[in-house]
Ligand binder design. Structure first.
Ligand code: XIL
Length: 351
């Protein structure tokens, strides 16, 4: 081979391999097309105003790609209601103002849960009437404060165990199982226009739990309790649940006449907590396919049942999975530097 031919081959080789490397790092760029343009339902994320202020890339993604917002933590009881006679609105009000000025829907998360409760609530003492008044005041003040700004609420979060029984939370212990219907009624009294949701995890992978939740909520709805929809959290893995389980769960929920909110979507790639310093390419490819499957499957349900899909985090560095489960993981649409991952690019290209 002559010198120039060798040079040409080497140059092409270098160009080709750097193009591949480039392609691996940034499979597409955030251009004119926006995620929300490809779908006819609300597409949301958890938004942190501190991160918005600190990182332009984060802010650009939130501003352009999503039209619905959930607060990851600042609208939970421990933050909004830190002591019995004190409500703390500052950060949540700022988020509500941001949503109003940027035409984004704000979904409230969450009124009644067994986690992230303020200590005073955990230590509350009183008979059933005192508990009822306390719960009513908690729900009423919060929903009333955000009336007209928050369009929907996760009224009750994670009330069921995996075997389909009711979790023995402080609410169940002190109010019995009727706390759920009361919570929905109080929220409805405070804002009759707000859409009210029951939200939970494992409703896709665990049909026993899903059926128990549906039958419990159906019996409340039959009595006239105002429940509009069900939030399927969907903290999933590349390998499970199977796609068919996902479509079965979505179908079962709307067929029971509930709005469907895929409320906390993320897709983990490291179920066995391996030591990973970056995401393996083949897992990113599988992850992209799974995201696309979920969006397409959701999109085909009737418009009147679509409340939207909310992703639980913007860049992988923000994901709760890393610190909550203490494992390396890469479950979101954007990487640690807020560059698009294959999953984002596939949604943009194929929706
Ligand atoms: C998580 C947040 O993402 C974390 O920042 C926080 O430390 C714990 O809660 N199900 C829910 C969400 O309903 O509120 C949880 O959010 C994730 C699981």
């Amino acid at each position: 081979m002559s010198n120039w031919m060798l040079g040409a081959v080497l140059t092409i080789g270098i160009l080709f391999s750097s193009a591949c490397r480039e392609e691996e790092m940034t499979p597409c760029s955030i251009q004119d097309k926006r995620l929300v343009d490809g779908v006819d339902f609300y597409c949301g994320n958890v938004v942190d105003l501190n991160r918005m202020g600190a990182n332009l890339d984060y802010a650009r993604i939130v501003n352009t790609q999503f039209n619905s917002v959930t607060a990851e933590n600042i609208m939970k009881p421990a933050f909004l209601h830190p002591s019995e006679n004190l409500f703390h609105w500052t950060e949540a009000d700022q988020l509500a103002d941001y949503c109003a000025s940027h035409s984004k829907r704000l979904h409230g998360h969450t009124l009644i849960w067994h986690q992230q409760l303020p200590p005073w609530m955990l230590n509350f003492r009183g008979d059933q009437t005192a508990w009822e008044n306390m719960m009513r005041e908690h729900i009423f003040q919060i929903v009333n404060h955000f009336k007209g700004k928050v369009s929907s609420w996760d009224v009750v979060n994670e009330a069921f165990n995996d075997d389909g029984t009711l979790r023995n939370s402080i609410w169940k212990k002190n109010l019995g199982s009727s706390y759920l219907e009361k919570a929905f009624q109080y929220a409805h009294e405070a804002d009759p226009a707000a859409k009210l949701f029951y939200n939970d995890y494992s409703l896709v992978i665990n049909p026993v739990k899903r059926k128990a939740v549906l039958s419990f909520l159906n019996s409340l709805k039959a009595k006239g309790v105002p429940i509009d929809g069900i939030g399927l959290q969907m903290h999933l893995f590349n390998g499970f649940p199977e796609n068919v389980e996902i479509s079965n769960a979505i179908d079962e929920v709307w067929k029971n006449d509930y709005l469907v909110h895929i409320s906390e979507l993320d897709i983990s790639i490291n179920p066995f907590s391996q030591a990973l310093d970056k995401a393996p390419q083949e897992e990113l490819v599988r992850q992209a396919e799974k995201y696309l499957y979920i969006f397409k499957t959701y999109d085909r349900i009737h418009a009147s049942y679509k409340f939207g899909i909310t992703i639980w985090g913007v860049g992988d560095r923000d994901s709760w999975i890393r610190y909550f489960y203490n494992r390396a993981d890469f479950p979101l649409l954007f990487d640690d530097n807020y560059q698009p991952k294959r999953a984002y690019c596939k949604l943009i290209a194929d929706l």
